[in-house]
Design a protein around this ligand. Structure first.
Ligand code: SF4
Length: 237
């Protein structure tokens, strides 16, 4: 009988700040040109020919709902060992996802406080429609300067144990008027995809943002960048 569990992430995987991922909802309509999630789904389809992976249309996977209960809990809770990236193959808070589906996932999260769930969206206003459990970190994806102000405006109203901004990929030099509404910042590059060349942000962009963040007590994590001095997690490890 099929028993769903979280996906283990390894050091060299596309995620570096989570040891696990869980995708009870997949698909996205934001259409970011650099989307690595589409690449993953395409790869699965080419390997399995499973029709479920033949498009990136939003989809619910109820058969994955019991993964938080079935995955053995790591004894060691350092460096993100219990961090689970939720919904990385889509945007769970996209406008196209029904409230009832989001509530269903939030109830499972409440019921499994042994895990720390990390959510990321390009539509952060939607966080405000829900009561978010305390074992969640909430993030917003910002890759261009025009997205900075809306993210700050929204996160100034959001309450969560950890709030973070993911500039992954950092496609432009980014300036934040404040970072006080974030406890963590992730900076990353654009990996090479079928249609796009890789893009590595200049180190001066990364160090400038990291300096501003650290001065405000915000932790910094640089993903797949040579500048490995930034590997910090927020809160207590
Ligand atoms: S928000 Fe994420 S999943 Fe959606 S298209 Fe952009 S990169 Fe892909």
């Amino acid at each position: 009988m099929y028993m769903s569990v979280f996906n283990r992430q390894w050091e060299k995987s596309i995620l570096q700040w989570c040891k696990w991922s869980w995708d009870p909802i997949t698909g996205c309509e934001h259409d970011c040109k650099y989307c690595a999630a589409i690449e993953v789904v395409r790869k699965w389809y080419s390997q399995t020919r499973n029709k479920a992976y033949s498009s990136f249309s939003p989809r619910l996977w109820p058969e994955r709902f019991d993964a938080p209960y079935n995955t053995p809990i790591p004894q060691d809770n350092t460096s993100g060992n219990r961090n689970v990236f939720l919904g990385g193959l889509g945007d769970m808070f996209g406008d196209w996802v029904g409230n009832e589906h989001i509530e269903e996932i939030l109830n499972i999260i409440r019921d499994t406080p042994q895990w720390n769930y990390i959510m990321l969206t390009k539509n952060p206003e939607r966080y405000l429609d829900f009561s978010i459990p305390s074992n969640c970190w909430l993030g917003v994806k910002v890759d261009r300067q025009k997205e900075v102000k809306p993210a700050i405006d929204c996160f100034s109203r959001i309450k969560a144990s950890i709030r973070f901004v993911s500039c992954d990929p950092m496609l432009e030099w980014l300036h934040f008027s404040t970072l006080e509404c974030f406890e963590w910042i992730i900076v990353g590059s654009q990996p090479k995809t079928k249609d796009k060349q890789a893009f590595i942000p200049p180190s001066v962009w990364v160090s400038g943002l990291a300096r501003q963040a650290r001065a405000l007590g915000c932790k910094v994590f640089a993903k797949h960048l040579k500048d490995s001095q930034y590997k910090e997690f927020p809160g207590k490890d």
